[in-house]
Write a protein that binds this ligand. Structure first.
Ligand code: SF4
Length: 1011
């Protein structure tokens, strides 16, 4: 998917926003200095008021967007979409073949075609379970929802759980057992392993090594321990690249034992994040934390919390900060030392900070001390153990333990230091001690620390039996003789713990598409039960735990509810052990450039590289898709004469990676950030070749950050697909006030500040339709105070509404198809701006500008106020899109949908049309859900109750930021929010009368810092 510039190609006119030449830093600075600029801005180009940005205001789609691509781009598109789709896309004809519909001979009693069923299960990432309810149509899972009864979800999900359904249907998944690339059967696999396993019995398994990812499954942990009893000399190693070694080592430093730390943010008046992105997917408990955090952000409640974020790279959590301080990762420890001293903990450290940083520190210390027992300090997983220990000590000293902070047993069933564990394994491999290596999931040949040389050891140490269990024939599978295709979690039985310890049973929604095996079944084979089923293994374990006569009732209840009662961890009483946390960072290296390694906001550690929904999901702060450029702060870029998209060379420990630059407002100076998970060689059609492999630079001693990276210009540029400058609602005449925000004090003085400039509703040439006489008038309110920019609503919308992935080249051309986007705005100083998230779906305007320009009446209004689309009428003039001030309409320039791949046919929501090429599509408030509830309520002779009907975006939102309902009902939640003083219409001055409105954002900064 790489798109280096093609020097031999005739340059196309650079009209597309992303194709424009980036503004060089000096010009940008000069322009920023001479212009006042907009109050809220989306890119540095906009802030500087560049002519390139001004040009962009004139058209939504780039000139030439309706033309076919050049041959290179077309090949990329075909590769992504699959050969069958691309051939369909090349023709004008999209008529579907006739298919027979065969009725059931004997229809299952509970199955009603057209009525979905929901099953409780759980998605596990990094060992932590996200409890889910999965929608199933005719026994095909089609949509992921959170389990609203489970305390770790409360109905919310995260992007990885939402998108996991696409992973199950991925046609690139490994589909067979293979030996040296040739297809084999399970029986052949068992036969081949029988002899070597028998031989191991004689030496008590001294040559057996099992490498797993983090295991929180009680059943699997029990199985693995049983295997270690059969083979007492065998070893169980654990490794995953995004691990919690720092957290566990920090707990050992503080308490002498591995404990899990949980936070109760609904009790916190003051929160200090030490480089912790706790509001974004991947942080254990982030779904629940987001809900609890959002609850305390209501400015009318009288107890709005205050969030301080000290961070080394701009994040969603930093964007929500009331007071944010950009700091290099290696300075965060120093900061923590000073805070500890300010809270009365003698650390002996004397770090120095700038005057501005000192002010910030003093304000934080004062606020924390003023909120003893109602504050919390959260350290980020990539900060070293000392910082975690300091955070625990501060929480203890401030009396927060038992109120906002709780300690429990570890969720991880084998809480060892994972990096050390992998090191030990590699040493054994090199020493010739390993005869049989079982890699159960994970991809260490790709993501192990570079200095360990894992893939070299795997390839060259002649381990007689190497077995890989995985969803893909990936980089590790390539180096193993045996590859066993893994069953996806939606196809297999299992169990795992949520962040609070509660065990969820993962039940399959469908029989394995490719007869895959689960880790439970592979471990059972090692224990001498080669034909044991996943169901029997999991149920068998819980039978041992719950041996009463009521087991069936217990089991059915656990499956139904989605968790096992009584498994939630209770709080542990632990006391702080020592307060000697080691030295602060040496001042001598203060000038050397720091490099931060972070899990990618979209593809995580690389395990989701082949998930097109996640690849195309704009990253929260940069809106980059399909890539992982090097993030550099504006000041540093200026010093080095770098522009966005310039190629640079990163040199660290004698290794080099060349990658493009992205200038990121708010990034700390003298520091760069790279995201892991890209540069895959064997990911699948979507993931292979996308981005740059940063694992090559990552060493075991410095997994998250280190100083001393050498950066040089590599020459040339590289095209990035960021949607940040797209679908802008500004005009050439100037910025429009899309975002409205105020400080708490300002809001209290002038609660209606957000409503200024709105045109009176009566000002219209058209005779108003009497919506108030209809039983329902649908409307939505989005609370910007609650929205944390997690992107979950985008993926949920994509899944619910069968929205296509288009690929990087198409995103570059502005052709991405998301019906809902989350705009990121910045405000103020480019080196430390405030940031705001604004989700923008179709506004369902009562005076819809799109409808009056459609020559064929394809977009019309319903009596309930929906701006409907009739796809069959649409002839693709795109006048509607042109006339939409919100830029929320998406045009199928090509046949983006894959109409041929059987797996994708099974995945789609049967209640939603799959759109062909040449039509305009957009959000309609999930009209299919409205229709279903209308049918149900009419059958029961009642009205749709407030709250029973949720749009997909609303249902998935962990922050409860989206409220949908009947605005004709004055008691509905949405009506109450629309009556709130903060409620305002986006571009309300145009008198479009949008049914979707926003609640302005209120921040609660420390007045001492504001002055
Ligand atoms: S509105 Fe969307 S981006 Fe905002 S918190 Fe909810 S799901 Fe996340």
């Amino acid at each position: 998917m790489k798109m280096e510039e093609q020097p031999d190609k005739a340059p196309r006119e650079d009209v597309c926003p992303s194709k424009r030449k980036g503004l060089d830093p000096e010009t940008a600075r000069a322009r920023i200095a001479e212009t006042k600029g907009p109050e809220y801005w989306r890119s540095l180009e906009e802030l500087a008021g560049s002519t390139e940005f001004q040009d962009m205001m004139h058209r939504e789609f780039p000139k030439g967007a309706s033309e076919w691509l050049d041959s290179v781009s077309r090949r990329g598109f075909m590769k992504l979409m699959g050969a069958s789709l691309a051939m369909a896309g090349m023709t004008a004809c999209t008529k579907q073949p006739l298919e027979p519909i065969v009725p059931y001979v004997k229809q299952p009693e509970e199955l009603i075609p057209g009525r979905p069923m929901f099953y409780a299960t759980a998605f596990t990432l990094g060992g932590y379970a996200t409890p889910l309810l999965v929608e199933s149509h005719l026994y095909r899972p089609t949509k992921i929802e959170g389990n609203d009864q489970h305390p770790a979800s409360l109905g919310g999900t995260d992007i990885f759980a939402q998108a996991s359904i696409l992973g199950m249907y991925d046609p690139d998944r490994s589909q067979t057992i293979a030996y040296l690339g040739d297809v084999r059967t399970w029986g052949a696999f068992l036969g081949a392993l029988r002899g070597p396993l028998n031989a191991q019995k004689a030496v008590q398994g001294a040559g057996i090594r099992i490498l797993t990812r983090t295991v929180s499954s009680p059943t699997l942990a029990d199985q693995l321990r049983s295997v270690l009893k059969v083979y007492p000399q065998a070893k169980w190693h654990v490794y995953e690249p995004v691990n919690r070694d720092n957290v566990m080592e920090g707990a050992k430093l503080a308490f002498g034992q591995s404990v899990e730390t949980q936070y109760k943010l609904e009790n916190a008046d003051v929160i200090l994040s030490l480089d912790a992105d706790f509001l974004y997917a991947g942080f254990p408990g982030s779904i629940r934390y987001t809900r609890d955090f959002a609850k305390r952000r209501n400015p009318d409640s009288g107890n709005m919390s205050r969030l301080y974020v000290v961070e080394s790279t701009p994040s969603s959590t930093g964007a929500k900060a009331d007071c944010r301080l950009p700091l290099r990762a290696r300075d965060v420890g120093n900061f923590a030392h000073v805070v500890a001293a300010g809270c009365g903990i003698s650390s002996g450290a004397r770090p120095t900070f700038t005057e501005k940083e000192q002010d910030y520190l003093q304000a934080v210390v004062k606020d924390l001390n003023a909120h003893r027992g109602s504050s919390v300090v959260i350290a980020g997983d990539h900060q070293p153990p000392e910082v975690h220990a300091i955070a625990q000590a501060i929480n203890t000293t401030l009396g927060n333990v038992g109120k906002t902070v709780f300690y429990t047993d570890s969720v991880n069933a084998n809480p060892i230091n994972q990096t050390e564990s992998l090191k030990e394994l590699v040493a054994d491999m090199r020493a010739g001690k390993v005869d049989m290596l079982f890699i159960m999931g994970g991809n260490p040949a790709y993501d192990a620390p570079a200095d360990l040389g894992f893939s070299d050891a795997l390839k060259n140490t002649n381990i007689p039996t190497r077995v890989h269990l995985g969803l893909y024939q990936d980089e590790t599978a390539e180096l193993c003789q045996w590859h066993v295709n893994e069953a996806h979690y939606l196809e297999a039985w299992g169990d795992s713990r949520a962040y609070d310890g509660t065990v969820s049973i993962a039940q399959p929604l469908i029989a394995p598409l490719y007869s895959g095996r689960s880790p439970y079944e592979l471990v059972a084979m090692l224990a001498g039960q080669p034909e044991a089923s996943g169901h029997d293994l999991v149920q068998g374990y819980w039978k041992k735990q719950h041996s009463g006569a009521d087991f069936d009732t217990f089991w059915r209840k656990s499956l139904h509810d989605g968790w096992i009662e009584g498994t939630t961890f209770t709080a542990k009483d632990v006391s702080t052990k020592v307060a000697n946390w080691g030295p602060v960072s040496a001042a001598a290296d203060s000038k050397s450039i720091e490099i931060n390694f972070r899990r990618d906001p979209s593809v995580y550690d690389g395990q989701f590289s082949n998930n097109g929904w996640l690849q195309e999901l704009p990253k929260p702060m940069s809106k980059i898709t399909w890539d992982n450029p090097v993030l550099i702060g504006p000041a540093m870029a200026e010093r080095m004469g770098l522009k966005t998209e310039d190629l640079i060379n990163l040199e660290l420990n004698g290794k080099n990676v060349t990658a493009p630059v992205w200038i990121q407002a708010g990034h700390p100076d003298n520091s760069v950030t790279v995201f892991l998970g890209y540069g895959r060689k064997r990911a699948g059609r979507a993931g292979t070749g996308a981005g740059f492999d940063m694992y090559q630079l990552r060493y075991s001693a410095t997994p998250w950050f280190t100083a001393g990276v050498n950066i040089t210009k590599a020459g040339g540029t590289y095209k990035l697909a960021s949607t940040q400058g797209y679908q802008t609602m500004d005009t050439p005449e100037g910025a429009r006030p899309q975002v409205r925000s105020a400080n708490l004090e300002e809001y209290r003085k002038e609660p209606g500040f957000a409503k200024e400039d709105e045109t009176p509703a009566a000002l219209t040439l058209y005779k108003p339709y009497p919506y108030e006489k209809e039983p329902y008038a649908w409307g939505m309110a989005i609370d910007m105070n609650s929205c944390v920019g997690c992107n979950n609503c985008i993926v949920a919308c994509q899944s619910e509404n069968n929205i296509a992935v288009v690929g990087k080249e198409q995103v570059v051309l502005g052709r991405h198809m998301h019906w809902l986007r989350v705009d990121a705005y910045y405000q103020g100083d480019r080196d430390n701006p405030k940031a705001y998230f604004q989700p923008v779906p179709c506004m369902q305007c009562e005076n819809a500008p799109c409808e009056v320009v459609c020559p064929v009446g394809a977009t019309v209004h319903s009596s309930e106020g929906l701006n409907d689309m009739t796809y069959n009428r649409c002839v693709g003039t795109r006048y509607c899109s042109n006339n939409c001030p919100y830029k929320v309409r998406r045009f199928n320039f090509l046949l983006f949908q894959d109409w041929e791949t059987p797996q994708y046919k099974m995945m789609r929501n049967p209640d939603v049309t799959v759109r062909s090429r040449g039509v305009m599509e957009k959000c309609t408030y999930c009209v299919q859900r409205i229709t279903q509830h209308r049918i149900d309520s009419e059958r029961e002779d009642r009205k749709i109750q407030d709250g029973e009907l949720q749009t997909a975006c609303q249902q998935s939102c962990p922050a409860n930021a989206i409220t949908f309902g009947n605005i004709n009902d004055p008691n509905s939640q949405v009506s109450k929010l629309k009556a709130n003083a903060r409620n305002y219409s986006l571009l309300g001055d145009l008198n479009t009368r949008p049914r979707t409105t926003y609640l302005a954002e209120i921040r609660n900064p420390n007045p001492e810092l504001e002055s």
